[in-house]
Design a protein around this ligand. Structure first.
Ligand SMILES: C[S@@+](CC[C@H](N)C(=O)[O-])C[C@H]1O[C@@H](n2cnc3c(N)ncnc32)[C@H](O)[C@@H]1O
Length: 317
């Protein structure tokens, strides 16, 4: 399947929503460790792009730098060091122009904001995710880590990555997947070798819930006693449903993500569209089974929100 080169055109609205959720989470995550005076925190952007889109709108690495820059005062006071790993790799291309552009964009940013260099180290990497991920895993597991996995498509959605992240209790991650590809091709062997989704089960529900249902199946692949919690945020772009998978083991991290998600969509807290719209609920009255599944999924999200509120009260966040 040909992959889309996002950076050859301006980011669309849904891409910007995704990037805003990524940056909102960084904004909430950084102070948790900075205020505790954690000596070193690490952020990994495995699919970093070039820094900006064609029109100069910032991508994930520049948004990260902005969020760090906003908190520079506390970072200095608490003497926290930050290491960012930015990886960009163009498979099948000899000249790695996007990687060179990424370095230029970030170095230019640091030159304009030189105080960042006192506590921030950027490691630029130009390697296929498949070989890089296992190399960086020990570092991911060693320090408090925020991991962005903003792939094109679904190629790197294998459960083997989730199972590794599951073992790391100090890691929060935001994964992007093009979920609607599963709806179309999920039964093909080239898809199943990445992630084996029971498409018969997934298709018992409406197409618009495909992202939610992929995550429901991913949860079942985690160990029974796991502390890792996975939450969806579905993103509709025209006929396609993509989405973010948020993952974290700590209840306070879950609380942060759900707060961001509910801020973005005050009706359902889990999509950039009205995923539980009334019209559909009326239609699905005819299909009692589907309706029950929807209500259960909705009640999971509401329960998670109530849990966040309880955590908030207990910890006086
Ligand atoms: C969806 S874009 C990421 C966009 C980026 N987060 C931003 O905000 O601009 C995915 C990026 O991953 C790169 N990529 C594609 N295959 C890759 C691989 N196997 N390993 C690492 N990067 C890859 C692409 O060149 C592309 O720039």
């Amino acid at each position: 399947m040909a992959s889309i080169n996002l950076h050859s055109k301006p980011f669309d609205e849904e891409t910007i929503t995704k990037l805003e959720i990524f940056e909102d989470y960084a904004q909430a995550w950084i102070p948790t460790f900075v205020m505790q005076g954690t000596p070193l925190i690490c952020i990994f952007d495995f699919f970093a792009g070039t820094g900006y889109d064609k029109s100069g709108v910032p991508g994930s690495p520049i948004r990260l730098l902005n969020k760090i820059n906003e908190q520079i005062g506390h970072i200095f006071t608490k003497n926290v060091k930050i290491r960012i790993y930015l990886n960009e790799f163009e498979p099948q291309k000899k000249e790695q122009k996007k990687f060179e552009q990424l370095k230029l964009s970030c170095e230019e940013y640091l030159n304009k904001n030189p105080r960042l260099r006192h506590f921030l180290l950027i490691e630029y990497l130009n390697e296929d995710f498949e070989t890089l991920f296992p190399k960086l895993l020990p570092t991911i597991k060693k320090y408090p880590a925020l991991v962005y996995l903003d792939q094109n498509g679904i190629k790197f959605t294998s459960e083997k990555y989730f199972l590794e992240l599951e073992k790391s209790f100090q890691t929060d991650f935001l994964y992007f997947i093009s979920s609607s590809y599963f709806w179309r091709f999920g039964n093909q062997s080239e898809f199943k070798m990445h992630l084996d989704i029971d498409m018969e089960e997934a298709k018992k529900d409406y197409y618009k819930f495909i992202h939610v249902n992929i995550i429901a199946q991913l949860r079942k692949k985690l160990p029974g006693n796991t502390k890792l919690r996975l939450y969806p945020f579905s993103l509709r772009r025209g006929p396609n449903i993509h989405g973010i998978i948020f993952g974290a083991s700590h209840p306070r991290a879950v609380d942060k993500f759900l707060t961001i998600a509910w801020e973005r969509n005050k009706t359902n807290g889990q999509a950039n569209f009205d995923i539980d719209d009334e019209a559909t609920i009326n239609q699905i009255d005819m299909f009692a089974g589907v309706r029950r599944r929807r209500l259960e999924a909705f009640s999971d999200t509401v329960k998670a929100k109530i849990l966040s509120l309880e955590i908030r009260n207990n910890f006086e966040l």
